[in-house]
Design a protein around this ligand. Structure first.
Ligand code: BES
Ligand code: ZN
Length: 609
């Protein structure tokens, strides 16, 4: 037995799936997908063949109409899910038929009242880190890449998008769903339509993505359309916010090489989307909270765009090397931001990240393993240890190398690294070997082992020195002596400056100062959720009850975990009354959260209560 990934049942001795042909029937009334999947294996295989599943019902396993024996394990691993074992006899392909469950951890099914336009249902995926297995049986590890095609049968008043090429929208045909015949679906009914997609590039399963709803779109560039619910104001404001996308793609190409995914479309999801952005290839998913009306949402787009090279072309082999995805992408994102918005914006991002990294090191002070770039995740749910460490310590490591070798040499190295490993899944050692090979002697100048395997923040990390950054940090520190910023000092502040200021306020600050800050600058009502949540988190920690109404509205309006985590955590660390309040709000709001966000809030509660 040689598992390739602590988060998957995939066995190294069993062949990879090279292609998957999916047929999906969306049944909105029961929040279920009935499906078939034709697997093509790299080599014929005899004996046990393992696949990951979670909350799936398997109906049949067939090869040319002959049944293949299969069984689901009787016990379910809380992290990996349920093992599906097929017994193959020199098979190199087979068809599975199966159904998802309404509690599938990758899927959020929204009833019409939970959507923006209130008239049509909606469903969307979030597969990273290990949720693809709750949609289809798979080798759900980034160590294995697949190509796929998909036929989606949906109500005809809706449309579908995927992180893949759209082939056609057409009436359903009987022969589409031969494998699903025994399920008696209304496949060809008048009110159904089929959308076909193909993904020709091999991708890790966590990049599988679709959304089905009443979607409209606007063209914003030669390879970019913005999609959102039709009839909501979001579409127009998103088109405006993201009009600079093509310029960013061009900057990305200058820095990292050709853009390999043809299209770069953007889908703005309902507010319950649990992340800021998800780098689904060809079709990035975004929270509507990034649309602030001032173009600052471009930073999140820059990040997801950067994943087109770092993450989607070169992928971490397992989640234990997640920094290879997020650290590289944070570095690449800041280079793109610097190129299009200038050094000041990029430096403020570095500064916000620096503060975030220091806070995370504090959060993990009793669990130092997760302050390491490369860490052991045996028996660990990646959603439970998600943090800024892989992003910001990873960024710091790469920036340290850039400072050592100089920018132009590092740029050349990055281009070479991407060209060498594209469409591969690699680990930390593979990166280090390539680094040492291409920058001889680097291990004598930088302690590579300390950076990748050590805990905490190495002393040669870098806190920004730019004057805009230092001014804001010292202004925040002065709050300890009661000094608050004057009107003239904050006159030209945007969201980032406020975020940096709030994040650096000393712990000892008085409740009266929080109230004074808000009455002057209306931070609790900011349209910028980064600012609003940063402020509300402070307000909770200081026990300022007057803001709890706003806290409740916020927790019920958005499902982005970046906002849920700090607010619920501040509440459960507070008084008994705060805990009761947190529980009540969660009970009332949880239906509106994505299943991944629901579990994260549950685990915050179980840790602190
Ligand atoms: N790939 C991540 C989101 C993710 C990570 C989903 C791990 C599931 C598991 C995405 O690229 C990301 O980092 N999003 C950030 C954006 C930010 C850094 C600009 C987010 O959601 O906050
Ligand atoms: Zn990312």
């Amino acid at each position: 037995m040689a598992p390739v990934d602590p988060h998957s049942f995939t066995e190294s001795t069993q062949p990879a799936t090279t292609h998957l042909a999916l047929t999906l029937y969306f049944d909105f009334p029961s929040s279920t997908i009935h499906a078939s999947a034709l697997f093509t294996l790299q080599t014929p295989h005899s004996g046990p063949f393992f696949l990951d599943t979670r909350s799936l019902t398997i109906h049949s396993a067939l090869h040319a109409d002959e049944a293949i024996p299969f069984s689901l394990s009787t016990t379910t691993d809380p992290i990996k899910g349920t093992l599906l074992t097929l017994t193959l006899s020199n098979h190199s392909s087979f068809i599975l038929t199966f159904s998802t469950s309404p509690s599938s951890s990758a899927l959020q099914w929204l009833l019409p009242p939970q959507t923006c336009n209130k008239t049509h249902p909606y469903v969307y995926t979030q597969c990273q880190a290990i949720h693809a297995r709750s949609i289809f049986p798979s080798h759900d590890t980034p160590a294995r890449r697949i190509r796929y095609s998909a036929i989606l049968n949906i109500p005809s008043e809706l449309s579908a998008v995927m992180a893949a090429n759209h082939v056609t929208r057409r009436p359903p045909r009987d022969d589409d769903a031969a494998a699903l015949a025994s399920l008696n679906l209304n496949w060809c009914s008048q009110d159904r339509v089929v959308e076909e997609f193909v993904m020709e590039q091999p991708v890790p399963p966590y990049l599988f993505a679709f959304a089905v709803g009443q979607l409209g779109n606007r063209e914003v560039g030669p390879r970019t359309r913005v999609y959102a619910e039709e009839g909501s104001a979001v579409l127009d404001s998103a088109a405006k916010e993201f009009e600079g996308t093509e310029e960013m793609i061009r900057e990305g190409e200058k820095l990292f090489g050709e853009y390999d995914w043809e299209r770069f479309d953007l889908l703005v999801l309902p507010p319950s989307f649990p992340y800021g952005g998800m780098e689904n290839p060809k079709m990035v998913f975004l929270t509507p909270t990034v649309i602030k009306g001032d173009g600052s949402g471009a930073q999140v787009v820059a990040h997801e765009l950067a994943h087109s090279w770092t993450g989607n072309l070169i992928t971490n082999k397992t989640n234990e090397h997640f920094w290879l995805n997020e650290g590289f992408t944070t570095y690449a994102e800041r280079r793109i931001v610097e190129a299009v918005q200038g050094e000041k914006r990029a430096t403020l991002n570095v500064g916000i990240g620096w503060r975030g990294l220091n806070e995370e090191i504090e959060r993990f002070k009793d669990n130092l393993e997760f302050t390491k770039l490369k860490n052991n995740q045996q028996g660990i749910d990646p959603d439970d240890v998600y943090s800024q460490v892989p992003y910001e310590k990873g960024f710091q490591f790469l920036f340290r190398i850039e400072r050592q070798v100089g920018r132009s040499a590092f740029d050349e190295f990055l281009k070479k690294y991407i060209a060498k490993f594209k469409f591969q899944s690699i680990d930390t050692d593979t990166f280090l070997d390539f680094l040492k090979e291409n920058i001889p002697g680097i291990e004598k100048q930088i302690d590579l082992v300390l950076w990748t395997e050590g805990t905490g923040i190495p002393s040669d990390a870098y806190e920004p020195e730019l004057i805009v950054y230092k001014t804001i940090v010292s202004l925040a520190n002065e709050a300890a002596t009661g000094r608050m910023p004057g009107e003239d000092e904050v006159a030209d502040w945007q969201g980032q400056e406020w975020e940096l200021y709030l994040d650096n306020l000393p712990k000892s600050i008085e409740a009266s100062q929080i109230v004074a800050l808000d009455s002057r600058h209306k931070l609790s009502e900011s349209k910028d959720y980064e600012v609003k949540v940063s402020f509300l988190q402070r307000a909770i920690s200081c026990g300022c009850k007057e803001y709890y109404g706003e806290v409740e509205r916020t927790l019920k309006a958005v499902g982005r975990m970046k906002y849920l985590r700090p607010l619920y955590t501040a509440l459960v660390k507070g008084s008994e009354e705060d805990k009761v309040f947190a529980k009540r709000v969660f009970l009332e709001a949880r239906e509106c959260y994505h299943p991944i966000a629901q579990s994260v809030v549950v685990s915050i509660f179980s840790k602190h209560m």
